[in-house]
Design a protein around this ligand. Structure first.
Ligand SMILES: [Fe+2]
Length: 247
């Protein structure tokens, strides 16, 4: 079965065999969207963990549901922070796609677990470290660029804090989904993240195109914030894996 290239159609329902999926081209991440820290030491423990989780349907269901929750929280944050008269089409699209990613991963979780799920204790990983990581990133970026648009901002100006926090989180999300996709293929899982990856790269293209127009300091700040994120992620990942082990 041919794989749909339509980025609006994540391919969970695809009947592709793992071999077909291996052949399908996962969209490459442009260099400028790579995290600041691409040292394999960051990826290795996570890759080992994912490989283990993919072998156990129950644990995989909980992991997928946790990814669903993170997507849901991301979409809710967009809804709460960006809803208003100035909301543009790109933000509406971003919101719709993040909401659909939450549903996509929930559906995958329920398929792996074999029963309906919510975001209840026991159905998600307990990860306060994730909230800390996101909160620190948000606070540090917002401190530097301000939460509100400048008084002389033109109509349609999108707050820089939203653009930077979203794009930096998408950088890590895209890196993570690539790693996860690789493990899914190696473990023979039917789940395919190609559509999700294409959409996250699309968000990055949109967010950074707007940043390039709105912020003369964009190139330096984007690099600086990627380094900030990499430092926070290095602290966050061992905490997350440690909590996971102690569940
Ligand atoms: Fe997403």
């Amino acid at each position: 079965m041919a794989y749909s290239m339509n980025p609006l159609n994540p391919s969970f329902d695809s009947a592709d065999s793992p071999q077909d999926q291996t052949q399908a081209q996962i969209q490459a991440v442009p260099d400028r969207f790579a995290p600041a820290d691409t040292d394999p030491f960051a990826a290795r423990p996570l890759a080992d963990y994912l490989m283990e989780v993919c072998r156990d349907d129950g644990r995989h269901a909980v992991f997928l549901n946790t990814v669903s929750l993170l997507e849901h929280l991301g979409s809710r944050k967009i809804m709460v922070s960006q809803s208003g008269p100035a909301m543009g089409a790109a933000t509406l699209q971003h919101l719709a796609e993040e909401t659909r990613h939450a549903w996509f991963f929930r559906r995958a979780a329920e398929k792996a677990g074999g029963s309906p799920m919510g975001y209840l204790p026991g159905q998600i990983l307990s990860a306060p470290a994730a909230a800390m990581y996101l909160g620190r990133l948000d606070a540090a970026i917002t401190r530097q660029v301000g939460r509100r648009p400048p008084a002389d901002a033109p109509a349609g100006f999108v707050p820089l804090a939203y653009l930077y926090v979203s794009s930096i989180v998408e950088v890590r999300a895209t890196w993570f989904f690539h790693l996860y996709q690789d493990i899914l293929l190696k473990s023979g899982a039917a789940l395919n993240l190609k559509g999700v990856i294409a959409e996250e790269i699309g968000h990055l293209e949109d967010l950074t195109a707007t940043l390039a127009v709105q912020d003369p300091l964009y190139p330096q700040r984007f690099e600086e914030f990627k380094h900030l994120e990499a430092r926070l992620f290095r602290r966050f990942l061992p905490q997350l894996l440690d909590q996971t082990e102690r569940r």
